[in-house]
Design a protein around this ligand. Structure first.
Ligand code: PBG
Length: 353
C-alpha cells in the first residue's frame, strides 16, 4: 500500500507512531479494565430515600416516575426488597396531613407520629438495616419552611425571619424523638446554625451516644428539589410570612468556600458524616470537602436530578441503566463514600446481575 510518509514504518511495513507510553494498553480488555478500575459502587454504598404517608393506598408522584408515597405496609415491603439486594440504609420522608401542620411544627416530635412509629416497625423487622431520619421542620410546617417563621417583618425583603435558635430547640426535640424510636442516624437537613452541636448534646444527654449525625453540611438553595416538594407538599407557602424561597438558610449556588466553613463547623460540632446536596451539579464541592476532611462523605442525587434522568429516558434519549450507573460512579470518583438516590433499589438490582 502507498505510504504517505507522515509516520514511521515498522519492521512489518506498517505505520508506527513512535509512542512508548500507550494508556490504551490498560483498557484493552475487561479483565485489565476491571483490574485497574479506581472506583466501584456497591449496593452497600447506597441510601434509599422513601416517601411515606398515612393514607390507605400508595400514591404515585407525577414528577418522579417510579416513586410513590408509600403506605406503612408498602414501605416495610420496599425496605425488605432493597435489603435483599444489599441496600443497608434507608431514609424516611413523611407527608404530614395538613391539619397537623403548624408554624412551630410540634408534630415533628410526636412519639406516636408517622416517622417514629415507622422507625420502630422497621427496626423490629430489619434490625440490620440502618434507618436514617430527616431532621427539619418543613414536612410539619404550615409555612413550608425548615424553621419557625417570626411574625414580625424584620427579615429578608421585609418578610418574617426564619428563627434560628428557636428552630434548633425544635430540631433537638425531633432528633430525640427519632432516637427514642430507634433511628440509627439522624440527618439534619435544615441548615440552621449550631444545630449539629445542639443535637449531639441533646442526644448524648439522653443516653443516645451511639446515634449518628449525618449533617447536610453543604445544602444549596437549589431548583432541583422541586419534585421532592411536590411529593410532600412541603414547598414554601404563598401564605407564609417568610419569603417563598429558602435562601436565608440554604447556601448560595454561587459559593464553594462557604462549604468549607460549614464543614469545619460540622466537624467541630461532632458530625459523623457530611453530606453535599444536590449531587451532580455539585461534584466540585464533593471534591473540595474530600480534600478538607477525612470524615465519610455522602452525596444526595436529588429529586430534580432523578426527574431529569427519567424524562430523558422516557423520551428514549438516554439509556437509563448506563446513565444511572455512570452517575453513581461519578459521585464516588469525586470523593463521596455514600450516595442517597431514588435509584437505590434499581441500581442494586443492576449491580447484582
Ligand atoms: C427538607 C429536605 C429537602 C430535601 C431533603 N430534605 C427539600 C428542601 O430542602 O426543600 C430534598 C431532597 C430531594 O430533592 O430529593 N429539609
Amino acid at each position: 500500500p502507498a505510504r504517505s510518509g507522515l509516520l514511521a514504518i515498522n519492521e512489518e511495513g506498517g505505520v508506527h507512531v513512535q509512542q512508548r507510553a500507550r494508556p490504551r494498553r490498560n483498557r484493552k480488555s475487561e479483565g485489565l479494565r476491571s483490574m485497574v478500575r479506581e472506583n466501584v459502587v456497591t449496593p452497600a454504598n447506597l441510601i434509599y430515600p422513601l416517601f411515606v404517608h398515612t393514607e390507605a393506598e400508595n400514591v404515585p408522584i407525577p414528577s418522579m416516575p417510579g416513586c410513590v408515597r408509600h403506605t406503612v405496609d408498602s414501605v416495610v415491603r420496599e425496605v425488605g426488597e432493597a435489603r435483599a439486594l444489599g441496600v443497608r440504609s434507608v431514609i424516611l420522608f413523611p407527608k404530614i396531613p395538613e391539619e397537623l401542620k403548624t408554624n412551630a411544627a410540634d408534630e415533628c416530635y410526636n412519639p406516636s407520629g408517622l416517622v417514629p412509629t415507622l422507625v420502630a416497625t422497621l427496626k423490629a423487622k430489619y434490625p440490620d438495616v440502618a434507618v436514617w431520619t430527616d431532621v427539619a421542620l418543613d414536612p410539619y410546617s404550615d409555612q413550608g419552611h425548615d424553621g419557625m417563621v417570626s411574625d414580625d417583618k424584620r427579615g429578608d425583603g421585609g418578610c418574617g425571619r426564619i428563627m434560628n435558635d428557636e428552630t434548633v430547640e425544635q430540631l433537638c426535640r425531633q432528633a430525640l424523638c427519632q432516637a427514642r424510636a430507634g433511628a440509627d442516624v439522624v440527618a439534619p437537613s435544615d441548615m440552621m446554625d449550631g444545630r449539629v452541636g445542639a443535637i449531639r448534646d441533646a442526644l448524648d444527654g439522653a443516653g443516645f451516644t451511639d446515634v449518628s449525625i449525618v449533617s447536610y453540611t453543604a445544602k444549596y438553595a437549589s431548583a432541583f428539589y422541586g419534585p421532592f416538594r411536590d411529593a410532600l407538599d412541603s414547598a414554601p407557602r404563598e401564605s407564609s410570612n417568610a419569603p417563598r424561597n429558602k435562601k436565608t438558610y440554604q447556601m448560595d449556588p454561587a459559593n464553594s468556600r462557604e462549604a468549607l466553613i460549614e464543614a469545619a463547623l460540622d466537624v467541630a460540632e461532632g458530625a459523623d458524616m457530611l453530606m453535599i446536596k444536590p449531587g451532580m451539579p455539585y461534584l466540585d464541592i464533593i471534591r473540595r470537602l474530600r480534600e478538607a476532611t477525612d470524615l465519610p462523605l455522602a452525596a444526595y442525587h436529588v429529586s430534580g436530578e432523578y426527574a431529569m434522568m427519567k424524562a430523558a429516558v422516557e423520551r428514549g434519549w438516554l439509556d437509563e441503566r448506563e446513565a444511572v450507573m455512570e452517575s453513581l460512579l461519578c459521585f464516588k470518583r469525586a470523593g463521596a463514600d455514600a450516595i442517597l438516590t431514588y435509584y437505590a433499589k434499581q441500581a442494586a438490582e443492576w449491580m447484582n446481575e
